[in-house]
Design a protein around this ligand. Structure first.
Ligand code: ADP
Ligand code: MG
Length: 719
């Protein structure tokens, strides 16, 4: 009750923002040590050298570090910075930072500001508590942060001062990656090398760096903080472990793209404003399908930068929500029975000279090139479907994948009718390969100019071609996009390598043979990989049956799919392209399995505690009330119908039993990590569901004033 009145009486705590005095365009990137800022502040040679590294992926010249550090420091201090921080991305999926002051003693009792090239390039946080999956024993816990020049430094504001933040990679003293960023950078480099080979075959030899690009759409829920803090499950686990379905859910679909509530819009405006300052190109906002659910999406950027920016988006959403009296939930399934939250990762690859390589061009020549890149993706997704499933696996995402609103756990590709038809014809050999006026016309006669955003959109596919990019929809709202991007980059890199080798061999350097070579390559790929293409309804039962017939993987849970990371072909893939070593892969698998166990364990312990100390007491109080009413009425000669009392008594008994079962299941455990994972997935989760079943049923019977938790209705609809 108190929470409801507090929630409905919410008032803004700070004056409204003013976009008239400072237009958004002026704010954009004002807190970023941007290319422009570097150009004005750095000596010309230093600037040029730095740009070569940033734009073309050339090796960083360490001798320029001092000059860059000095300019960066002056800029940061002019923005009020007192400290600098190496920001890194440990395997928890979160963002970590260690702050150091610019101040150093001057030896004469005073202080001066100091920031050297060495301090810019390398830091040594005592990161011994971050998960390393056995790579570092704590006695040799040294981990280093290394400046990533390709992701610009920025200023993080706080009312009491500002901090210069420097994005870094985090590696062990033996040079092994302990973070999410390092493999992103390595996979981008590997992808570029193989893409260049294909481009060369098509006569494109300018060598402009081919980068993978990413545009992540983030879904989230907003809940008033008064409710949030009255729900121990929400603030410890990020999702509700109890809660009956409200009388009105999302059936009416009246929330989707509806008018945005005023408090929420105010929150969005401030979130976007903060992100603009950090140079994050936020573009889209709207209501999502579920009540209380929203989406934010930036314009796509190079994969590495998009990953860093995506971390900033999640942090900023949560920080600003607090200011508006709300909690931002990025869990994949905060409310059972209500749509979950995903993070659709739009992915493509391109270069400054070629543009987007997954954009079907207007000319035959670029169409042939497009078809090779597109086919390489199809082959990769087919060959590595298990890996793509594994990189989106988490305890949280298990509640979403395969449920009714999310893509199924079966990985397939939606290509759209037009493109599917083109590949069909190529497969039949009817691609009318011919040379006319020295122009390549592989399959082009059958490839109509594809409009961007081809009309047929499919929302049920986990991996959809959307006109000029692929959209990986199975990614969970709470996940770092690094894992999925590393997987995409590396499997497509392997596929391009395979294609290039075939084409190089078939042509032997003779461009006139390219036409036929491409034709046979495409037809081979499509024959082998077409099983992965599915344009129908991914939610339907028929698809599950059909997919099984096609022999596609259906790895339902994280417990089923994480072990893929330990398979030999996956190790061969990542080691071949130097994206992850054997040891790095092992450590990652170990950490993700451990995270799974810890997550489910925490949820189970929280379930027990809430069931015992909140729900059970409420139920017996009500039971007692009914029983004494019954007894009192009898005393004065009335008959009391005990139906309700009987029902409550039965449910209380069931609740008590299910609590006992969960308790036993939880104390059972033990054994190897693999055994633990199976135990938590197959025994603990169902036991939790058992408790929830009776608790949720009780919610429908117990007197409202005795019920100790905010209901779904309150949390989702009161804004
Ligand atoms: P929808 O909700 O219809 O899927 P949105 O407009 O919400 O589309 O998001 C589309 C995302 O795809 C945006 O982040 C956009 O910048 C991104 N995108 C567009 N082109 C590319 C590309 N070439 N590479 C990666 N992402 C892209
Ligand atoms: Mg969208």
């Amino acid at each position: 009750m108190a929470a409801i009145s507090a929630a409905t009486n919410w008032h803004p705590i700070s004056p409204p923002l003013n976009f008239v005095d400072t237009p958004a365009s002026e704010l954009f990137a004002c807190n970023v040590f941007s290319t422009n800022e570097m150009k004005t502040r750095l000596p010309k040679q230093v600037y040029k050298s730095l740009m070569k590294t940033i734009k073309s992926g050339e090796k960083l010249d360490p001798t320029i570090a001092d000059a860059v550090a000095s300019a960066m420091k002056d800029w940061a201090i002019s923005k009020g910075a007192t400290h600098y921080a190496h920001v890194f991305y440990p395997l928890t999926g979160l963002t970590a930072e260690k702050h150091d002051s610019f101040l150093a003693p001057d030896g004469e009792g005073g202080a001066m500001t100091e920031f050297s090239g060495a301090q810019l390039i390398q830091g040594e946080p005592d990161g011994s508590s971050f998960p390393s999956g056995g790579i570092r024993a704590t006695f040799e816990a040294r981990g280093y942060t290394i400046w990533d020049v390709t992701s610009p430094a920025y200023i993080l504001e706080n009312p009491n001062g500002t901090t210069l933040c420097i994005p870094t990679a985090f590696v062990s003293w033996t040079g092994e990656a302990l973070d999410k960023k390092t493999p992103v950078l390595r996979s981008m480099q590997a992808l570029n090398q193989q893409a260049q080979r294909i481009l060369k075959l098509f006569g494109q030899t300018d060598g402009a760096f081919v980068a993978s690009t990413a545009g992540p759409e983030q879904e989230y829920f907003l809940v008033d903080r008064h409710f949030y803090f009255s729900r121990p499950d929400l603030f410890t686990c990020g999702r509700s472990l109890f809660g009956a379905k409200p009388p009105k859910g999302q059936e009416f679909e009246d929330h989707y793209f509806g008018a945005i509530p005023e408090r929420v819009l105010a929150f969005m405006l401030e979130t976007e404003r903060e992100l603009y300052k950090l140079g994050v190109p936020i573009k889209t906002r709207h209501n999502e399908v579920a009540p209380g659910q929203y989406e934010i999406a930036p314009v796509f950027e190079s994969a590495n930068l998009a990953t860093d920016h995506q971390q900033l988006i999640m942090i900023t959403l949560k920080r600003v929500a607090e200011k508006y009296g709300m909690a931002c939930l990025t869990h994949e399934k905060p409310f059972a029975g209500i749509n979950g939250s995903g993070k659709h990762v739009n992915w493509s690859l391109g270069s400054s000279s070629q543009g987007n390589l997954l954009d079907p061009g207007a000319t035959p020549h670029s169409n042939a090139q497009f078809l090779v890149f597109c086919a390489a993706v199809i082959r990769a997704v087919h060959k590595y479907q298990g890996l793509l499933r594994a990189v989106v696996a988490s305890a949280g995402n298990d509640h979403r994948l395969g449920a009714n609103e999310a893509p199924p756990a079966i990985i397939s590709i939606f290509l759209g009718d037009q493109l599917t038809d083109v590949f069909e014809q190529i497969k039949k050999g009817g691609a009318k390969a011919s040379l006319s006026k020295g122009m390549l016309t592989v399959g082009v006669d059958v490839l109509p100019p594809l409009p961007k955003d081809a009309g047929d959109r499919n929302r049920t596919s986990p991996f959809a071609f959307t006109g000029n990019r692929f959209e990986f929809r199975a990614v969970g709202a709470n996940q770092s996009i690094a894992g999925p991007l590393v997987a995409m980059n590396t499997i497509v890199c392997e596929s391009l390598d395979w294609c290039a080798t075939k084409l190089e061999k078939a042509t032997g350097g003779d461009a006139s043979k390219l036409n036929a070579a491409v034709q046979s390559l495409l037809s081979e790929i499509i024959t082998e990989s077409e099983k992965i293409i599915f344009n129908g309804d991914g939610y339907s039962k028929e698809w599950h049956e059909e997919a099984a017939k096609r022999g596609l993987l259906n790895l339902k849970t994280a417990a089923d799919s994480l072990p893929v990371l330990g398979e030999k072909p996956i190790h061969e893939l990542f080691t071949k392209y130097n994206v992850l070593s054997e040891r790095e892969l092992h450590s990652r698998l170990h950490i993700y399995l451990e995270q799974y166990v810890k997550t489910v364990h925490t949820e189970a312990a929280q379930t027990l505690e809430m069931a015992r100390t909140l729900i059970f007491p409420a139920a017996i109080r009500y039971q007692n009330e009914l029983a004494s009413t019954c007894a009192n009425l009898k005393l004065v000669g009335y008959e009391f119908d005990t139906d309700t009392l009987d029902k409550i008594t039965e449910l209380v008994k069931c609740l008590q039993d299910s609590i006992g079962t969960l308790d036993k299941t939880l104390s059972h455990g033990g054994g190897s990590l693999d055994a633990e994972v199976t135990h938590y997935c197959e025994d603990v989760l169902p036991a939790m569901a058992g408790v929830r079943k009776y608790a949720d049923e009780l919610e429908g019977w117990v007197a409202d004033d005795l019920w100790p938790l905010p209901t779904y209705q309150e949390m989702l609809f009161i804004k």
